[in-house]
Design a protein around this ligand. Structure first.
Ligand SMILES: [Fe+2]
Ligand SMILES: [Fe+2]
Length: 336
């Protein structure tokens, strides 16, 4: 239950939302600050749902608060959860890929920070770019097994997590279709990571009314809205912005916002559009053992309508190799 009590701000310590995993028990009650008042948002033992994280992203809530005397335990628990997650992922991908896992988890935290900022800052963009380059270099040098990204992927349906899944898939597709240049892969990764940035920032007041003109318009405008937000944050790379703008264009010409077709669509955008649909189908079927197989079938049956048929055979091969045999089941925590 929410209680509205005026506490002194010295009673609280701020904790970055980007550091708090969703669906995990909170080791202290957390508070939000509204008009200089601290309002209890969750009790100790509760957890933050995916919907709440999406809400914080859309409302630019970057920081939550815990009582000062609880802060040490709270931060210690967060650090334990992070270590636990790293060990769980390492047990999936193997000890030899530990550094890939560690770099991905660090990159993920900065990606969440970027999604949670009200105005994307140059500083965050620079840190993110450095983390992305570092991650891509490590992956390239290790040349890991094809199922690495299936094992790193998350089934949590926050917009940031979907974006990271799409970025990893796009990187896999880029490498599989012969992209080797580090900066091309960096642009591909950043474009994929921010493809739904415009959607992430649609205000909750609009999202709450899915049958409305405002909702329809915000959804169909999200590629252009994302481009504008990224430009404001100083992310002006043309390839990155083109990917964001074109991720819903279709090879056959019936996509949006422009309805362009074939090779008029930038090559990297064509890769991201496949990755985006793949992850969306996975999310619709999450929890089912056939999740990845269904998503592969959807991509496979496209027949060149939505996707570039010259890219598809190689991408389907790599999906079957990486995701075809990997069955991802969700823990009760993830399902809650
Ligand atoms: Fe989108
Ligand atoms: Fe998407």
């Amino acid at each position: 239950m929410k209680t509205n009590i005026s506490f002194n701000r010295d009673d609280f310590v701020g904790v970055a939302v980007a550091k708090i995993p969703c669906n995990k028990d909170l080791s202290a009650a957390i508070y939000v600050k509204i008009n200089e008042k601290f309002i209890k948002f969750k009790e100790e033992g509760d957890s933050l749902s995916e919907e709440k994280i999406n809400y914080f992203i859309s409302m630019n809530v970057k920081e939550l608060y815990v009582f000062k005397e609880k802060a040490h335990l709270f931060l210690e628990t967060l650090s334990q959860l992070k270590k636990q997650e790293i060990e769980e992922k390492v047990s999936l991908v193997g000890e030899s890929n530990r550094n890939i896992v560690e770099k991905f988890i660090d990159l993920r935290e900065v990606a969440y920070e970027a999604f949670l900022e009200e105005n994307l800052s140059n500083e965050t963009v620079d840190i993110l770019k450095a983390q992305v380059l570092n991650f891509i270099e490590t992956v390239k040098n290790k040349n890991p097994q094809a199922d690495l990204f299936a094992k790193l992927s998350s089934l949590n349906n926050t917009v940031a997590e979907h974006s990271l899944n799409v970025a990893n898939l796009s990187l896999l597709f880029g490498m599989a279709t012969g992209q080797t240049h580090l900066h091309v892969l960096e642009n591909l990764y950043l474009g994929a990571l921010f493809h739904d940035f415009g959607k992430a920032k649609i205000p909750a007041s609009i999202l709450e009314k899915p049958v409305s003109y405002a909702y329809e318009k915000a959804m169909s405008d999200h590629p252009e809205a994302g481009v504008e937000l990224l430009k404001k944050g100083g992310l002006n790379s043309k390839p990155v912005l083109t990917i964001v703008l074109e991720h819903h264009e279709q090879f056959g010409g019936v996509g949006y916002p422009k309805g362009i077709q074939g090779e008029s669509i930038y090559g990297l955008s064509r890769l991201v559009s496949i990755a985006n649909v793949f992850d969306n189908v996975c999310m619709e079927n999450r929890g089912k053992s056939s999740m990845y197989k269904n998503a592969i079938k959807v991509i496979e049956y496209d027949n060149g309508k939505q996707f570039d048929s010259t890219l598809l055979p190689r991408i389907i091969d790599v999906l079957k190799l990486g995701y075809g045999g990997f069955v991802r089941s969700r823990s009760n925590k993830e399902l809650s």
